[in-house]
Design a protein around this ligand. Structure first.
Ligand code: URP
Ligand code: ZN
Ligand code: ZN
Length: 419
């Protein structure tokens, strides 16, 4: 019996440029539950001209009737106006939104310049909040993308080739230094490159509250996936892209020695095929131009099985570390502990009965996401979620779904980054 998983990086019903993810709060939270995750922290996206509070209200209205596991939100700040900044203290201390994601990538869509990031960091830091950063140098990457397209290099592999590891490292270093000056804890999301991890280690060695997560796809897959035939590599187009084998080794080491504190999924699902959810929820948007392939991949359902099999099963991490990475540390980092992330008197009875000996095959034909593919099709793993309880109620019993849309509760989180 282990604590229900806490996945602090999902994108359900999420607009990304011209695309939108294919899992609703209903399908995505059901998929999470079958994978042993009983709490997610998703994102509320501030559109330009909107205040953060308006973005939160909009997002709550979408999630509340559909979510079947508990959920919270990080707020993505895209428009750092004085009015937006003025709302942060209340969001952190009244509304339970204690972390804010900022993008150093996706110019013209989500990217905020260093001045905006620094202002938000200072404000959040002064009121008990944390800043999550998507750390890639978006401006330089845009130059590389435009060069590649001008040379006729339109295939999915160029997504990876135009997002170099050292541009993730550069942005990671910049984010940490900005946070250091602003005196705010900083959390690097979806860290993939060894060189980016090096910057986190360097900062942590100096006592800076810098934290980072990685995701299963960076632990189990490599850049070689982009050599698959035809348009199939588009399935693996996520940001940052898959990296070389030496990064995998560094990430596993980081998990072992607590240079990385959390494994979350960055579940950002798009279908491979256009039907049944439409071109805007499909990788086919970018068939002729890798820049238009929606960035992201499904994964919320397989986090526990993959990490148990590839981590505990191989002896890379202990069983306790597995629980810490998937439940306890994310709950502590993001103000959900001890309600979540622990089996203890007074904690919510979010429980997973996990069979460490059962072998099964990961497949899109049996997963519960709306996505029509998985990154791990056919992979055999040992370790399977058998039963899942949410606040004491049995919601998954083997293959049987007992959960209910609307039964998930919004979690007002306390201060973040005080792990
Ligand atoms: O490819 C990804 N990761 N898509 C989701 C958006 C983000 O950057 O987290
Ligand atoms: Zn991101
Ligand atoms: Zn993401």
């Amino acid at each position: 019996m282990i604590p229900g998983g806490v996945d602090v990086h999902t994108h359900l019903e999420f607009p990304l440029g011209e695309a939108e993810t294919c899992d609703t709060f209903e399908s995505g939270t059901r998929s999470a539950a079958f994978g042993g995750t009983t709490t997610i922290v998703d994102f509320a996206l501030q559109q330009r001209g909107e205040t953060p509070k308006q973005a939160l209200d909009r997002r709550l209205a979408v999630a509340q009737p559909k979510a079947s596991v508990d959920y919270g939100f990080h707020l993505i700040l895209t428009d750092v106006t004085p009015d937006a900044l003025a709302e942060l203290p209340d969001l952190i201390n009244q509304e339970g939104i204690s972390s804010f994601k900022m993008f150093m990538a996706y110019p013209g869509v989500l990217m905020v310049d260093d001045a905006g990031i620094f202002k938000a960091m200072r404000k959040a830091g002064a009121h008990g909040g944390m800043i999550n950063v998507h750390a890639e140098n978006g401006s330089v990457i845009q130059v590389l993308i435009e060069e590649a397209l001008a040379q006729g290099n339109t295939s999915p592999k160029f997504h990876a080739l135009t997002r170099p590891r050292i541009m993730e490292a550069e942005a990671s270093h910049r984010a940490i230094r900005l946070a250091e000056l602003a005196e705010v804890p900083v959390y690097l999301v979806h860290l993939s490159a060894k060189e980016a991890l090096d910057t986190v280690v360097e900062a942590r060695d100096r006592g800076i509250p810098a934290f980072a997560e990685t995701c299963p796809h960076y632990l189990f897959l490599t850049i070689d996936e982009y050599d698959r035939p035809d348009f199939e590599p588009a399935k693996f187009v996520m940001t940052p892209p898959l990296r070389e084998h030496d990064c995998q080794q560094a990430l596993w080491r980081g998990l072992k020695f607590d240079d990385l504190q959390i494994v979350s999924t960055d579940h950002c699902p798009f279908c491979f095929n256009e039907n049944p959810y439409g071109i805007h929820r499909s990788k086919q948007l970018g068939r002729d131009n890798f820049e238009r392939i929606p960035n992201g991949a499904p994964g919320v359902e397989f986090r526990l099985s993959l990490l148990f099999d590839g981590g505990v099963g191989t002896g890379r991490i202990s069983l306790n570390r597995f629980v810490q990475l998937t439940a306890t540390a994310p709950a502590k980092m993001f103000g959900l502990f001890p309600r979540k992330g622990a089996i203890a008197v007074g904690s919510d009875a979010d429980l997973v009965l996990f069979d460490p000996l059962k072998t099964h095959t990961l497949s899109a034909s049996t997963h519960h996401s709306n996505a029509d593919y998985t990154l791990y099709e056919g992979r055999r793993v040992t370790g399977k979620v058998e039963k899942v309880f949410l606040r004491g109620e049995l919601i998954v019993d083997g293959d049987v779904w007992l959960g209910r849309a609307g039964n998930g509760q919004f979690q007002r989180r306390s201060a973040s980054g005080r792990i």
